[in-house]
Design a protein around this ligand. Structure first.
Ligand code: C5P
Length: 405
């Protein structure tokens, strides 16, 4: 996906060993369709060369405010005016302090000071030793920078180049990319709480076996990510899947439909939106054997009795808050044929304002999908696209339908 298509980013590097990760970050920005202008401090040049960063960004790197390539000698003005965002990665403790004080005696801090503050966001990826990170001066500087309008992207924790272990590592390039892409998305769900169910459920027969289905959880995870990108506080109730948790999303892992129900009912009372993407098993074995069910040599298969599982979506949709539309419920339908007719009928049966229909075999396990959105007014097709792109459109469609607050 080209998540940064049409965006121009200024990537600022300051002195720190994490500069080696900035090379990969630059590459990731370019792969996502951004244009990147790299600016480096003198200290950054001790860790990685401008040659490397020029090769990766495809543009000569700026390192000095006295750069003779500038006709008017003002790189700090034109570099900052062109940017959709300035990202400082890595940002050293010293550079944080420089930004706090509005220092302007070298190009990068000068450019940050000269940026139009309302139009060009400044995103900071700190990187330093854990003691430097924990120091009251650094923490004070961070708080000041945040109140001056910068966005602090946080730090990672773990083994550090200095040999110590703790907080202060720069986030990994993939994490920074996800956060920066999210930052640049429209904030249609700012201040809203969203609960999403995703994946299959697993209904145990005995300690070894159970009944499940082919749902990969990809659509639900993409929706959770898109809702988070749109500014929502997101709880993702996930059945057994092997997917990374989208950044900034609170995940609750469950196995069975009844566990999914319990986790959902715990989360929805404070939610504004509930999106039921999970492929919940319709039935579960009536009893779960405490021990493995063994072959008994007679050739007779064991008889298994089934009990219907609770319908999580229908239960939530019947709640008072959902009835008053304080909780907006969205369902999914995986069908094999006659999608429109089935999707319409299912929306009515579940008593929900919006339902997204898809063809099961065309979506399970795939990275893309196509959706048919059905509401009271009619139906709208979202053509085949990556699941994250569909999820962003769905989130925008949900936001459009929420009561104005
Ligand atoms: O009835 P059906 O399973 O086709 O409905 C699909 C929709 O209902 C999905 O949104 C699914 O997450 C939700 N559902 C549920 N609990 C169930 C069965 C389905 O929340 N037990």
């Amino acid at each position: 996906m080209n998540d940064l298509q049409g965006k121009h980013l200024v990537l600022g590097l300051t002195g720190g060993i994490a500069c080696y990760k900035a090379a990969e970050l630059c590459r990731a920005f370019i792969k996502e369709g951004a244009t990147v202008q790299v600016v480096m401090t003198e200290a950054a040049e001790q860790f990685i060369t401008p040659v490397t960063m020029q090769a990766l960004s495809g543009r000569p790197v700026y390192t000095s405010q006295w750069d003779v390539r500038e006709p008017n000698n003002m790189p700090h003005i034109h570099l900052s005016r062109e940017a959709d965002a300035i990202v400082i990665a890595p940002c050293s403790a010293d550079f944080l302090a420089r930004l706090v004080h509005g220092r302007a005696d070298e190009l990068l801090s000068l450019m940050c000071l000269a940026r139009p503050i309302e139009r060009v966001p400044l995103l900071i990826a700190p990187a330093m030793n854990r003691e430097m990170w924990a120091h009251p001066a650094t923490q004070r500087n961070m708080a000041q920078l945040a109140s001056d309008g910068a966005t602090i992207l946080g730090v990672g924790s773990g083994f550090q180049a200095c040999g110590e272990t703790g907080d202060g590592r720069m986030l990994e390039p993939a994490e920074l990319l996800e956060d920066i892409v999210a930052f640049l998305q429209p904030k249609a769900l700012a201040g809203k709480r969203v609960v999403v169910t995703a994946g299959p459920t697993f209904e145990a027969l005995d300690p070894i076996r159970g009944i499940t289905n082919h749902s990969s959880g990809k659509m639900g995870f993409a929706i959770a990510r898109a809702a988070r990108e749109a500014g929502a506080d997101v709880t993702l109730v996930a059945g057994p899947v092997h997917l990374a948790t989208p950044r900034g999303v609170a995940r609750v892992d469950v196995k069975s439909a009844r566990q999914m129900m319990e986790a959902t009912l715990a989360a929805v009372p404070r939610a504004d939106v509930f999106i039921a993407t999970a492929a919940v098993a319709d039935w579960r074995p009536t009893s779960e054997s405490g021990q493995k069910i063994k072959k008994d040599g007679t050739g007779q298969a064991p008889m298994v009795a089934f009990t219907e599982n609770p319908d999580i979506l229908a239960t939530v949709a019947r709640s008072e808050r959902a009835q008053r539309r304080e909780l907006f419920c969205v369902g999914f339908a995986a069908e094999s044929h006659d999608l429109l007719a089935h999707a319409r009928a299912k929306r009515e049966r579940k008593g929900i304002p919006l339902l997204a229909g898809n063809i099961g075999p065309l979506t399970f396990g795939q990275d893309d999908n196509q959706l048919l959105l059905v509401d009271e007014q009619g139906a709208q097709e979202l053509p085949r696209a990556p699941k994250l792109q569909l999820a962003r459109t769905l989130v925008a469609e949900i936001a459009r339908r929420l009561p104005r607050t």
